[in-house]
Structures are given as C-alpha cells and as structure tokens.
Ligand binder design. Structure first.
Ligand SMILES: [Zn+2]
Length: 193
C-alpha cells in the first residue's frame, strides 16, 4: 500500500528528476542518481513549518510571572527560503517582549522562529509573523522582532551584492508607542554586534 505521504514525496522526486533533465543534466548518472530523493527530503524538512502546531509547541511553557521588565533573546540563528527564488536567506533574529503577567520558556522562542522560517518566505512577513504570534500567545505589553539576513538570491544572482544585509523589524504594543522601549531593545542588540 502506498500512503499519501509516500506518494507526495514520490511526486516531488519525479519533478526534481525532470528538473535535472531540463537543466541539461543526466539524472541517472552516478552523482545525481539519488539527488531527487535527497532534494525531496531536504525540501520537506525546510518547509516543515507549515505542519507545526504553535499551540502544541507552547503548551505547558507559558507561566504566570510578575516580572515586568524587557526580555531579550538575541542572535537566534535563522535559515529560511525566499519564496521568489527558492534560495536560502539566513542570519540572525532578535526577539524582545515586555511581559504582562505571563512569560514563555526561553527555548520556545527559537522554536517559534523555526516554525515560520521553515516555510517559503519573504523576510518582511517572517518578521511580523513571529511578532504577531508572540503577541497573541502572551498578550504582553509589547513585542519587538528584528531580523538581519543575507539573501543568496541577491548574492549569487541579480545584483550580485554579496554583503548586503537586509534588516527588517516589527514593533508591536509599547515597542511601537514608546520610543524608550524601542531604543532599549535596539541598543541592547546593537551593543552585541
Ligand atoms: Zn529571492
């Protein structure tokens, strides 16, 4: 019996094989023989964020706490795929929030970043999805997210500017309304750089 998932993967493999042939390659030569299988598996992993349940990830990791100062998690490693070229963009994500009675287990924040990064993305949307997700889950006084990333679609093709870092930010709640909160966050992550 062929399961739906196996069939899906088989389809991707067949498409990759066809793609290799379209590029002028011989898909059955030794070096490429297993490539469709590998590409299908790697794409599946790199887009696994579509099938992750955020509620399940956060389940049991949100705690009542009186702490009401800024929490900053800087330099979270980030790898994603640009939806325009299916090429990687990668860099660092910095996340801050000011609790309003609830805090989240720190290890959950990088996992949340991965849920949204492991999809076909544009950096702008990735940034606001992370911020909005935390805003919804914790109802904090504010959330700030900054992403700095290098886009291989820019570095390897097109304008070929291989050191241009794209910086995006999403500021919600007090991070948007109160300049001091925003400045505190930005100076903390700039200081680290
Ligand atoms: Zn691109």
């Amino acid at each position: 019996m062929i399961t739906a998932k196996k069939k899906e993967r088989g389809n991707t493999e067949a498409l990759v094989k066809e793609l290799l042939a379209n590029l002028g390659e011989d898909p059955v030569r030794e070096g490429l023989e297993k490539t469709p299988k590998r590409v299908a598996a790697s794409l599946k992993y790199l887009t696994s964020g579509y099938h992750k349940d955020i509620k399940q990830i956060l389940n049991g990791a949100i705690f009542d706490e009186k702490y009401d100062e800024m929490v900053v998690l800087a330099d979270i490693e980030l790898f994603s795929l640009c939806e325009h070229h299916l090429l990687p963009f990668y860099g660092k994500c910095h996340v801050a929030y000011i609790p309003n009675g609830k805090i989240v287990g720190l290890s959950k924040i990088p996992r949340l970043v991965d849920v949204f990064a492991r999809r076909l993305q544009v950096q702008e949307r990735l940034t606001s999805q992370i911020a909005e997700c935390l805003m919804e889950a914790l109802n904090p006084r504010g959330v700030g997210v900054v992403i700095e990333a290098l886009h291989l679609c820019m570095a390897m093709r097109g304008v070929e500017k291989n050191n241009a870092v794209c910086i995006t930010s999403s500021m919600l709640g007090v991070f948007r309304s109160d300049q001091r909160s925003r400045q505190e966050f930005l100076s903390l992550i700039n200081h680290k750089r």
